[in-house]
Design a protein around this ligand. Structure first.
Ligand code: CAA
Length: 285
């Protein structure tokens, strides 16, 4: 019988992790939010409070509700603080060795029947699970940026995952007000397999120089009906993340459409990662 999920741990408080904390806390769950240092934990707290303050100032959230939401979250810099969690979701950088380390540590901290989830957008869930002590309790729970706004959660299952666990995570996603889709572990899962080839093609189109970045974005936004133009979306997602997904997709499929464009690779090397570094295809304050 799957355990009742009341306390959720989130590890890694960057853009995605902080957004995921907000989603869980807004849905009434207790959250223990952990990053590697006190400064990173504070940065995560800052992301949460700024996002909620923005909602208050736009008249979308009562100040008292904001305080209740913040009150459900404990920020910490030690994984041991997750010992009471029913579910831990990891949202750390996309490097297998970092994830494996965190999952190995969590294996020794959380209860036998607690769930280990990953928000990975590019790595193999099967490989992550295979490195843990109980692979059957590992599952993907992939949110989309901005996590508090976008409704999709991909629930990623592996050969180890039992139906009861995927059912429990599907129900949890619904409890969060999200729309889950269940997908087995394949490069890019579903959404990124579709989206990232489109974004890579947009970068290649921009590289040819026959259209300006603004006009290219307008074509995607006004002609194709997506909420943002492709280059603006690249900056939102992070060019490093896009490159990682391109690499994984290309290595798995050898589909030339998924090959990372030269400009993308160069921008990543140059540290122009998009909004999070203040500069990508556009510049940000
Ligand atoms: N955190 C919290 N709320 C946010 C937010 C954020 N970062 N950004 C926007 N919002 C909220 C706003 O407060 C606003 O809320 P209300 O409607 O309640 O007022 C709402 O979202 C709309 O925002 P805006 O009016 O400022 O702007 P918008 O209408 O242009 O919407 C957007 C902004 C939601 C980002 C929209 O442009 C959008 O959906 N863009 C596409 C994003 C997308 O495709 N993301 C998927 C990326 S792929 C991915 O993440 C997976 C991966 O693994 C790479």
């Amino acid at each position: 019988m799957a355990r009742d999920i009341k306390i959720v741990g989130v590890v890694g408080l960057g853009t995605m992790g902080a957004g995921i904390v907000e989603v869980f806390a807004k849905a009434g769950l207790q959250v223990v939010a952990v990053d590697g240092t006190p400064e990173l934990a504070d940065r995560g707290r800052g992301f949460l409070t700024r996002s909620l303050d923005r909602a208050v100032s736009r008249g979308k959230l009562e100040a008292a509700t904001r305080d209740e939401i913040v009150g459900r979250v404990t920020f910490a810099d030690q994984l041991t603080r997750l010992s009471g969690a029913d579910l831990v979701i990891e949202a750390v950088p996309e490097r297998m060795e970092i994830k494996n380390d965190i999952f190995a540590t969590l294996d020794g901290i959380i209860a036998e029947d607690a769930i280990l989830a990953s928000n990975t957008s590019s790595l193999s869930l099967t490989e992550i699970a295979a490195h843990t002590r109980h692979p059957s309790r590992v599952i993907g729970m992939h949110f989309f940026n901005p996590a508090p706004v976008l409704a999709l959660v991909e629930v990623i299952t592996t050969l180890f995952t039992d139906d009861e666990l995927s059912g429990a995570i599907r129900s949890l996603a619904e409890r969060l007000g999200k729309q889950p889709v269940v997908v087995s572990d394949r490069a890019g899962f579903v959404a990124n397999a579709l989206l990232i080839t489109y974004l890579a093609r947009a970068i290649r189109t921009y590289e040819t120089g026959h259209v300006s970045r603004e006009d290219l974005d307008n074509a995607g936004k006004l002609g194709i009906g997506l909420p943002m133009g492709p280059l603006t979306l690249c900056d939102l997602i992070g060019l490093d993340v896009i490159k990682e997904v391109c690499d994984v997709l290309y290595n798995a499929t050898h589909d030339p459409a998924a090959a990372p464009p030269a400009l993308l690779t160069q921008m990543v090397i140059a540290g122009r990662l998009g909004r999070k570094t203040g500069r990508g295809f556009y510049t940000y304050e």
